[in-house]
Design a protein around this ligand. Structure first.
Ligand code: ADP
Ligand code: MG
Length: 133
């Protein structure tokens, strides 16, 4: 797959009415040469791909393949060692706050408390995501 990073980064062509394809090139997400290294472990080793607007895309692989690390990078929880990704036209290295406005992440494990309402769970998650310490 060839990543069309330059056109995905073109800011002038943003169409605010289409948040998933603001650059009009069909790409909702572009991942370019993404690398994540934890000490001597290379968790993500040069991943490049394009996900089109409206496409359902799955990351499949054995445990330890780097799926969660890739999602953690896309959602801004951790920084890539090399490479970058463009989400909705925004570079995760430069415009992470804009990326976070576009993304929703549903964790693998149950992440809601049954004794809280939906609104209370949402509030709890917002605190976890936005506050440090
Ligand atoms: N915070 C971390 N510190 C050190 N190694 C990590 C960390 N997170 C993940 N790894 C390692 O990176 C590799 C990829 O892990 P992960 O992205 O969780 O894989 P997957 O989600 O595909 O099972 C594994 O070898 C894992 O042990
Ligand atoms: Mg995982």
């Amino acid at each position: 797959m060839s990543a069309n990073l330059e056109s995905a980064q073109g800011k002038n062509s943003k169409n605010p009415e289409d948040i998933f394809d603001p650059d009009g090139n069909g790409n909702a997400i572009v991942i370019k040469d993404l690398v994540k290294q934890f000490d001597d472990i290379v968790a993500v080793d040069g991943v490049s791909l394009e996900i089109k607007k409206g496409e359902l895309f799955s990351l499949l692989g054995p445990n330890g393949a780097g799926k969660s690390t890739t999602i953690n990078i896309l959602s801004g929880l951790i920084q890539p060692t090399k490479g970058t990704a463009i989400v909705g036209g925004y570079d995760i290295r430069k415009d992470l706050n804009e990326v976070k406005k576009l993304l929703g992440v549903c964790p693998q494990e149950a992440a809601v408390y049954k004794f809280l309402t939906g609104r209370e769970n949402k509030y709890n998650l917002e605190i976890l995501v936005t506050k440090k310490g």
